[in-house]
Write a protein that binds this ligand. Structure first.
Ligand code: KIV
Length: 283
């Protein structure tokens, strides 16, 4: 079994960590065979799976369903982190522990929590219950109503100081890694160089100890928009559209199904006599 602390060893050895999001069984079966180190059932599923305008609508029940599906596909082959959704931990330490526990029971190895100082008691409580926590600083999408949208964070001196302080606090409290989202490369570099635990960047430049991408973005499977920080490795939207159009045309032109796709009756069944009854409506 992979332990969360093993990612600190990756950092010591200068071995970069890769993480992608995953939300369903079929994708997790594929990713179980991949070289990626960590899978994240991100609350980004609210946007890419459910079509919500933000992650705020995602419930703990949705996170549990998707964590169960992904965990079934992985069967223990990868380290699985699951996001604590909006209002599953902010309300009390008790809520935080119980909801983190639901994700662990669903098959996650760790949970990810957004925020630093303002949620530190909740993070401490989760860690005290022996549930590993991955921190998340910079753009924390559950706070968009305060931060004013999906935009670059830690751009003022005050905010840079705050993120440095928060990252040290998360390390001190026992988080095993920290996601840094949408922060200037220089800021992420200083944090990465000054922490023992690994940083995993998304839109945080080249010097983090690892990188994470939303799988739908990197596979071109989310047609609504393409953020600047994403590298698109394939354009699945085009491939899906072409394939489905080919199918529709094959059906229209009688090309599908072909002989290889059909099932035939066993030899010895007398279809003729049944057919007569059928034609004469004699059943
Ligand atoms: O929900 C998510 O997919 C995330 C990643 C962007 C890190 O939190």
């Amino acid at each position: 079994m992979i332990s969360p602390r093993s990612f600190e060893l990756y950092k010591q050895k200068g071995q970069k960590i890769s993480m992608v999001t995953c939300y369903d069984y079929s994708t997790s079966r594929i990713l179980a065979k991949s070289d990626v180190d960590i899978l994240l059932v991100g609350d980004s599923l609210g946007m890419v799976i459910y079509g919500y305008s933000s992650t705020l609508q995602v419930s703990i029940e949705q996170m549990v369903y998707h964590t169960e599906a992904v965990a079934r596909g992985l069967n223990g082959s990868k380290f699985l982190v699951s996001d604590m959704p909006f209002l599953s931990y902010q309300t009390s330490e008790r809520d935080a522990v119980l909801n983190a526990g639901l994700l662990i029971k669903a098959g996650a190895n760790a949970v990810k929590v957004e925020g630093g100082k303002r949620v530190i008691e909740k993070i401490r409580a989760i860690i005290s219950a022996d549930i590993p926590v991955m921190g998340h600083l910079g753009l924390t999408p559950q706070s968009i109503n305060v931060t004013g949208g999906f935009k670059l964070q830690a751009t003022s001196e005050k905010d840079v100081e705050k993120i440095f302080e928060d990252s040290l606090l998360l390390e001190r409290e026992g988080c095993f890694a920290i996601v840094l989202e949408l922060v200037p490369e220089e800021v992420a570099k200083v944090i990465s160089e000054n922490l023992k635990i690994p940083t995993i960047g998304i839109g945080a430049g080249r010097f983090c100890d690892g990188q994470v991408l939303v799988i739908n973005d990197m596979l071109g499977y989310f047609p609504d928009f393409q953020p600047k920080h994403v590298k698109r490795y394939v354009n699945l939207s085009d491939q899906i559209l072409n394939s489905v159009n080919n199918f529709a045309n094959d059906v229209k032109n009688g090309v599908f199904p072909g002989k290889e796709n059909v099932f035939n009756l066993q030899e010895g069944i007398n279809l003729e006599s049944i057919l007569k009854k059928f034609v004469n409506r004699n059943f």
